[in-house]
Every structure is written in structure tokens, then in C-alpha cells.
Design a protein around this ligand. Structure first.
Ligand code: N2P
Length: 355
């Protein structure tokens, strides 16, 4: 008898665990491949609850890394990815993205019309704008009280006031150097490219050079005192300055007087995404005005969602680091995809890094 009870119990346990396993398999998964420090974990939790799914996140810290991983199998691994405006045309050319099904994205109506017909993806056929921002210098006020807001502080061997990091991002670095030299951003002129290559090689030979650092590394190393100046995206700078009283007191972010870059990060669905249905639901969710504002408030980048404005932290909306003034906007330029000529920039960058 005892034996029978034991057997029955064992059979019951087995059935229960099998049911649990099948159930676990039924939980849908959404694989999100995003920039580091670019999401509010609460948004993920709420989406998981509402859509009864698991969101699996993976992160990148440079466009180059992201692109490499996508092409090495990532295309069928991820449901969502976030290329920046300058990379979107390459993504489309290489067929890395699927067309968005607008019937599943009713909330796209909240998009600010200023972002709805971009040159990088006319009519938002493949991508929806995620957040936008600028790039500037994060520096240590405590170490460099007389800091001047110029790209020369990192690019010009004669003007570097302290230890500095360069950003490990091809287009950001080369376009910034063109801006500093007063040349046209996106230039493919051989002479211009040679001049910026020379300047960058000279800059990195400086005794103050503390290395190349991808995205979020720069802000963390400036905070840790590894370097006194870093090239950092605006929201990342604000995030690290808010991390502690120390940081707030000791650091500042500036847009250099020569001008800078204005970029738009997007969100799109890889061509072979396992779950495009849920991916569309996620994009649509992100476009709910309150959710879009929650995201912007958390990461401190600017939202392209017009209806989100009323839910933004008022101090953020009034902060020119996040929403640059008209005067500052006049000096912000847009990096463009250069088609075949992209390789010129890649060659210059490889040369700069290897010298
Ligand atoms: C967020 C990185 C923003 C990406 N940590 C800049 N395009």
C-alpha cells in the first residue's frame, strides 16, 4: 500500500512538473537589444505584467559592436534593436530591419511631426524615434576650475587642460573633429579627412590621453577620477551627475562653443525577429504618452513624443542640457549616412586607433 502511495505521489509530482515546464515554455519572450543605461526597469516590469511575457535584455555600448553582433547571428535572436539615425540607412540597405506594420502602432500618432519625416528613414517605414540628444564634454570642476567649453580640450594637443578620454565611436569622433576644425560635418573631402586624422593621432599621443572609451564608460571613468574630461552623451552625463552629491558638486557638462551633433536614436525590428508581434506591441507601448515620459524622465534624454510633454519632469523640460535652446540648436549638426563613402570614415578611424 505504502508503495502505491509513493508511486502515485511520484506520478503526481511528475505531472505537476511537466505542466509547469509546458507553462514556462508558453510564456512569450521579447528579446530587446538596447544601448546601455537607456531604459527604466519599471517600464520593462509593467510591460511584462500587461503582456504576460518575459523581456530579455541585452546591451551594447557602441554602434559598431551592435552592428557586428547583429550580423553574427543577432538578426534572428533579437526582437528589437536601436540604431541611431546615422546608422539607419545602412541597416535598411543591408536588410537588417523589417518594415513596421503601422496598423499595430496606433500610438505613433503621438510622434512630434518634426521627427516624422526624417532623411534617414522617410515616413518611419522601418524605425520609430526612441529618444534624441547631443554630445558634449563632461568634466571635473574640482580639478579644472577654469575649464573652457571647447572641443580643443580633448582634440587639440596644445589646449588639453587635463587627462581626457576619447569616445570609441567612429562617426561621433570624426564629425566632432570636423566641427572643431570648422569643416563641414559629413565631409568626404580627402584633405579634410587627412586633417582630422592628423589631429586625432596627435591628440592621442598626448601625455594626458587616458584611452578610448565606448558609451557609458566615459561618464563612469570621469566620475571615478580616471580622467578629468570625457566625451559623453548629454543624458548619460546627467545620469552620472545625479548619482551622488559628490558627483553633482564635482562635475559639469557643456556643449562646446564650436557646436556639436544632434542625433536621434530609433527602435526597429530585426528582419528575422522571433516575435515581431510582441515587438510591435512594445514599440506601441513605448509610445503611450505616459510611458514615453517615464522613459525620458528616467534616462534624462529628450523625447520625440509630443503628447508626453505634459508628463515630463518640469525641471528637465526647462533644462537646456536636455532640450537645447534655439541658439544652441543653430550650432547642432546632423551626421548623415554616406553610403559607399562610409568606408572612408572607417579607414580614418582604423588608422587613428592603430597609430
Ligand atoms: C545611452 C546611450 C545613448 C546613445 N546610454 C547615444 N546615441
Amino acid at each position: 500500500m505504502k508503495q502505491l502511495v509513493r508511486l502515485t505521489l511520484a506520478a503526481l509530482a511528475l505531472t505537476a512538473s511537466l505542466t509547469a515546464a509546458t507553462h514556462a515554455e508558453e510564456v512569450k519572450k521579447l528579446h530587446l537589444y538596447n544601448w546601455a543605461d537607456y531604459m527604466d526597469p519599471e517600464i520593462i516590469k509593467n510591460f511584462e505584467t500587461e503582456y504576460k511575457c518575459d523581456v530579455v535584455e541585452d546591451f551594447y555600448d557602441s554602434a559598431e559592436d551592435m552592428m557586428a553582433k547583429l550580423q553574427a547571428g543577432g538578426l534572428s535572436q533579437y526582437d528589437l534593436v536601436g540604431p541611431s539615425n546615422v546608422n539607419v540607412p545602412s541597416f535598411i540597405r543591408l536588410k537588417l530591419l523589417m518594415e513596421l506594420d503601422k496598423s499595430k502602432l496606433p500610438n505613433l500618432r503621438h510622434l512630434d511631426p518634426a521627427f516624422s519625416d526624417s532623411a534617414y528613414d522617410p515616413g518611419n517605414k522601418y524605425t520609430a524615434p526612441y529618444l534624441w540628444g547631443t554630445i558634449g564634454l563632461l568634466y571635473r570642476k574640482d580639478k579644472l576650475p577654469d575649464f573652457k567649453p571647447t572641443w580643443g580640450a580633448v582634440l587639440d594637443a596644445d589646449k588639453q587642460p587635463g587627462t581626457f578620454l576619447l569616445l570609441d565611436s567612429v562617426r561621433d569622433m570624426l564629425d566632432i573633429t570636423l566641427i572643431y576644425q570648422g569643416k563641414a560635418i559629413n565631409s568626404t573631402d580627402k584633405g579634410d579627412l587627412k586633417a582630422i586624422a592628423d589631429m586625432l593621432v596627435k591628440a592621442k599621443k598626448s601625455k594626458n590621453f587616458a584611452g578610448f572609451e565606448p558609451g557609458v564608460g566615459g561618464k563612469n571613468k570621469v566620475a571615478a577620477g580616471v580622467a578629468s574630461i570625457g566625451i559623453v552623451w548629454n543624458g548619460d552625463a546627467l545620469q552620472v551627475m545625479k548619482e551622488s552629491e559628490e558627483n553633482t558638486k564635482n562635475m559639469a557638462f557643456v556643449l562646446p562653443k564650436e557646436g556639436s551633433i544632434k542625433w536621434v536614436d530609433t527602435i526597429g525590428i530585426p528582419a528575422k525577429a522571433p516575435n515581431p508581434e510582441l515587438a510591435h506591441a512594445f514599440i506601441n507601448y513605448l509610445y503611450e504618452p505616459k510611458v514615453a515620459a517615464q522613459l525620458a524622465n528616467f534616462v534624462q534624454y529628450a523625447t520625440p513624443n509630443a503628447a508626453a510633454k505634459e508628463f515630463l519632469t518640469p525641471e528637465d523640460l526647462a533644462n537646456p542640457v536636455i532640450y537645447p535652446t534655439e541658439e544652441q540648436q543653430k550650432k547642432l549638426h546632423i551626421s548623415k549616412d554616406l553610403g559607399e563613402q562610409n568606408k572612408l570614415y572607417d579607414q580614418v578611424w582604423t588608422m587613428v586607433k592603430s597609430r
